[in-house]
Design a protein around this ligand. Structure first.
Ligand code: ADP
Ligand code: F6P
Length: 319
């Protein structure tokens, strides 16, 4: 029976991480466990930087963006020496369960610890929505709202000037932020790994819209695919629109979590404690069809992400 658990946030921060920390803390304390907050992800775990939490430690955090625990990237955590240091910290404080909130990199760290005998559970905290096995990750919907708000504003100015806005959004290698924001803003074109850049088709489409008296166009581009400034120049040279590029950048990771993310994080935090209290380890929390479930981290890291072809078809049928 576990008695003491600890929580860390790792990788890129995401709105709703605090709601998850709060849910884990309060669920665990209400069930008689002790809870430690670990600062700055695996780095703080290796460096033995943690604090005993009480229910007040997480007061007024539900609506706060970022993570109160801080986060970090520690590439050396791939090495077993570092993982052993983390285990020493856990042993020193008699912590027998660890909750890791982060993306796929953080899950790899969690899996390594699980294989070394640590009781560990993962919660999907990333704006990228790039983890398999879960319909949504904590932070995705808030980032989506931010992107949609920005694109709506860009549309105001681009339609006044007969311009085409080329908007780069985050998501790492995952196109969900681009696809969903494209759908929600009525963008003309989305460019993602699943929908690669096809310049002749893009020019043809934009010239068609231009000829049919559209006074603006929006092209949403998933980061790491192409240089959006260059693409905007090509659009100016090859279509009737004047192209302008905007890279939304880290603004997408900030802000108060939307209600969906607050509730999702609260549900997932609750489940994470239940998993550890049931003596289970190496699992991660997922949401599928509004059910909160647990899957092995190893499965999630190896299975393909759900194909979004139906949403791409919807996109195509609406432009
Ligand atoms: P995210 O969790 O958002 O995907 P990263 O990919 O940056 O973010 O990973 C966060 C941290 O997880 C890394 O800085 C590192 O400490 C740890 N990590 C990543 N990959 C591994 C791995 N293969 N083995 C152990 N730890 C890893
Ligand atoms: O994983 C979240 C994320 O914001 C990605 O969308 C992006 O590629 C990356 O992190 C940016 O990382 P950094 O904050 O280190 O620039």
């Amino acid at each position: 029976m576990i008695k003491r658990i600890a929580i860390l946030t790792s990788g890129g921060d995401a709105p709703g991480m605090n709601a998850a920390i709060r849910s884990i803390t309060r669920t665990a304390i209400n069930r008689g466990l002790e809870v430690f907050g670990i600062y700055d992800g695996y780095k703080g775990l290796v460096e033995d930087r943690l604090e005993l939490f009480d229910t007040k430690s997480v007061s007024e955090t539900l609506f706060k963006g970022g993570t109160i625990l801080g986060t970090a990237r520690l590439p050396e955590f791939k090495e077993e020496d570092y993982q052993q240091k983390a285990i020493e910290t856990l042993k020193k404080h008699q912590i027998d369960g660890l909750c890791v909130i982060g993306g796929d990199g953080s899950y790899r760290g969690a899996l390594a610890l699980h294989k070394l005998g640590v009781n560990v559970v993962g919660l999907p905290g990333t704006i990228d929505n790039d983890l398999a096995g879960t319909d949504y990750t904590i932070g995705f919907h808030t980032a989506l709202e931010t992107v949609v708000e920005c694109i709506d504003k860009l549309r105001d100015t681009s339609s006044s000037h007969h311009r085409c806005s080329v908007v780069e959004v985050m998501g790492n290698r995952c196109g969900d932020l681009a696809l969903y924001s494209g759908l929600a803003t009525g963008a003309e074109i989305v460019v993602t790994a699943d929908r690669p850049l096809d310049l002749p088709a893009l020019y043809e489409k934009l010239n068609y819209y231009n000829a049919h008296k559209k006074n603006h166009a929006i092209v949403v581009v998933n980061e790491k695919i192409t240089d959006v400034s260059h693409l905007a120049e090509l659009i100016s040279e090859n279509t009737g629109f004047s192209g302008r590029a905007s890279v939304l950048g880290h603004i997408q990771r900030g802000g108060s979590p939307c209600p969906f993310d607050r509730i999702l994080a609260s549900r997932m935090g609750n489940k994470a404690v239940e998993i550890l209290m049931n003596g289970d380890s190496g699992k991660c929390v997922c949401i599928q069809d509004d059910h909160i479930i647990a899957l092995p981290i190893e499965t999630v890291l190896t299975m393909p992400k759900e194909n979004k072809s139906r949403l791409y078809e919807l996109f195509d049928s609406l432009v």
